[in-house]
Design a protein around this ligand. Structure first.
Ligand SMILES: NC(=O)c1ccc[n+]([C@@H]2O[C@H](COP(=O)([O-])OP(=O)(O)OC[C@H]3O[C@@H](n4cnc5c(N)ncnc54)[C@H](OP(=O)(O)O)[C@@H]3O)[C@@H](O)[C@H]2O)c1
Length: 299
């Protein structure tokens, strides 16, 4: 059985040297860890090798070189292909998979790891490669707590915001897509707003501080809504504004956009959503009641 912790000088193998894998390996090297790397296209290892990494000729060599294996390739299928046939070599190793995939893929991979005696952590990286190693960068992990604890110091080299989410290996993937969805929803609304204010000769940067002010207000709204949702009694008290009031205001955005010749698809989506939830009896409830439309569409 391999060692179950990573001392400061322990070796790490990084499998997959795309944009992200290169950044991960560079962070381990920078901290002084003996780092072995493998990539299908070996030329992507050149800079890392110049900086002291050992180049593995095959995935089996990367697996043999370290007790801690970090994999970051394009998909789970690729990861399984790359590690295919190495079940015996992987036994007793810690495999940290930072490849993006679905919660189901993560859970299935965890079951495969369990069957093969592989200590498995599934992770999600919430930053782009230049953010690897920064104090504020968040990476989520799930799996056995003892496995996470034993490798936390070395995983923290990838981001100061390294966070353990629990034993459900699917959780990082759920957080990952949900946070990305939040980003696109907010970005689309910001850009729609820019298109609206531009019609009044307003530059995006003049609008920006007010967009930031409003994003802060949204933090406050969501804190109340999260508590209401978690209460589980489906009452959604309107402590700030009723859904009916939201719909009235939203219709101004639809009408204003239409009058200005700005695309109305985004506000119309919200209008239709609120109308559906109001039709379910939530006119006097808070905006949190809209969660019901997402849980169980009520068309
Ligand atoms: N970049 C980001 O900002 C970011 C942020 C969060 C999460 N991620 C996740 O990190 C993972 C890697 O992203 P990336 O940006 O590094 O992508 P990338 O630059 O496109 O690298 C993809 C990696 O997968 C390897 N690969 C693809 N198909 C393969 C195959 N059939 N056999 C062997 N290796 C194969 C590539 O090898 P070759 O070099 O030989 O093609 C390369 O190492 C993805 O799951 C991504 O969603 C990325």
């Amino acid at each position: 059985m391999s060692s179950n912790h990573t001392p400061a000088s322990a070796s790490v193998s990084v499998i997959g040297l795309g944009l992200m894998g290169q950044a991960l390996a560079a962070a381990f090297l920078k901290a002084g860890h003996a780092t072995t790397v493998w990539n299908r296209s070996a030329e992507k290892a050149e800079r890392l090798v110049a900086d002291g990494a050992a180049l593995a000729a095959a995935p089996a060599d990367a697996v043999a070189a370290s007790d801690l294996l970090v994999v970051c390739v394009s998909t789970y299928d690729v990861m399984h292909d790359v590690l295919g046939g190495l079940d015996e070599a992987l036994r007793g190793k810690t495999l940290v998979n930072l490849t993006t995939g679905s919660s189901e893929q993560a859970r299935r991979t965890a079951a495969w790891a369990e069957r093969n005696g592989v200590r498995y952590l599934d992770g999600a990286i919430m930053i782009t490669p230049p953010g690897i190693g920064a104090e504020t960068s968040v990476l989520f992990y799930a799996g056995d707590k003892a496995v996470f604890d034993s490798h936390e110091p070395v995983l923290k080299l990838l981001g100061g915001g390294t966070t353990y989410l629990g034993t459900d290996h699917g959780k990082p993937a759920l957080f990952d897509v949900s946070l990305l969805g939040l980003m696109w929803g907010a970005l689309n609304s910001f850009l729609h707003g820019v298109a609206v204010v531009e019609t009044g000769g307003v530059k995006a940067q003049e609008f920006l501080p007010w967009a930031h002010m409003w994003l802060d207000a949204i933090k406050i709204f969501t804190a109340d809504y999260a508590a209401q949702i978690d209460a589980g009694d489906e009452t959604f008290p309107a402590n700030d504004a009723t859904l009916e009031t939201h719909l009235g205001a939203l219709r101004h955005l639809v009408e204003e956009s239409e009058a200005l010749g700005v695309d109305t698809e985004l506000p119309r989506y919200s209008e239709e959503l609120m109308e559906r939830v109001i039709a379910q009896g939530h006119a006097k409830d808070s905006y949190a009641s809209v969660v019901k439309a997402y849980r169980r569409p009520v068309r």
